[in-house]
Design a protein around this ligand. Structure first.
Ligand SMILES: [Zn+2]
Length: 147
């Protein structure tokens, strides 16, 4: 039996491999970075998927936010390359504003914990936070709410 050479993977090694792959991809498909469709196509794509956006940003009226964003863009004479990315950031800001604008007495705290064990819980005013439990090796979920 031949002796197998042990491969040691380092982060540096991985990064340089990724870099090489990216370069190769750019040679194969140099246009990919600039191939986003025009504004109206991007916006109509967002409009057709409002339900999905709404699921990603619960508590936000995504239709109204889209209108607000379009008004803001035209009022400020702004053009964007990637409207989806801009809308995503817009909604992120809208959802964090929402949390900050809720009057103190109505502020709900979401308790994040692990479903099957009594791990440490984390409180947050936002229900869409991502907390990872390194003991259970999984994402913590909202197990309770409190006012
Ligand atoms: Zn846990």
């Amino acid at each position: 039996m031949a002796t197998q050479k042990k491969k040691i993977i380092t982060i540096e090694g991985l990064l340089s491999r990724i870099e090489k792959l990216e370069k190769r991809l750019e040679i194969l498909d140099p246009k990919s970075k600039n191939s986003l469709p025009g504004k109206s196509l991007q916006i109509s794509d967002i409009e057709q998927n409002l339900e999905l956006w709404s699921k990603k940003f619960p508590g936000i009226n995504v239709k109204i936010e889209l209108e607000k964003m379009l008004d803001w863009l035209s009022a400020n004479n702004k053009r964007k390359k990637d409207y989806k990315a801009f809308f995503r950031n817009w909604l992120r800001k809208a959802s964090s504003d929402l949390g900050n604008n809720v009057p103190q007495e109505e502020k709900i705290k979401y308790i994040f914990g692990c479903q099957e064990s009594n791990c440490k819980t984390i409180e947050s005013p936002y229900k869409d936070m991502y907390y990872f439990c390194s003991i259970c090796n999984q994402q913590k979920i909202v197990i309770d709410k409190k006012r």
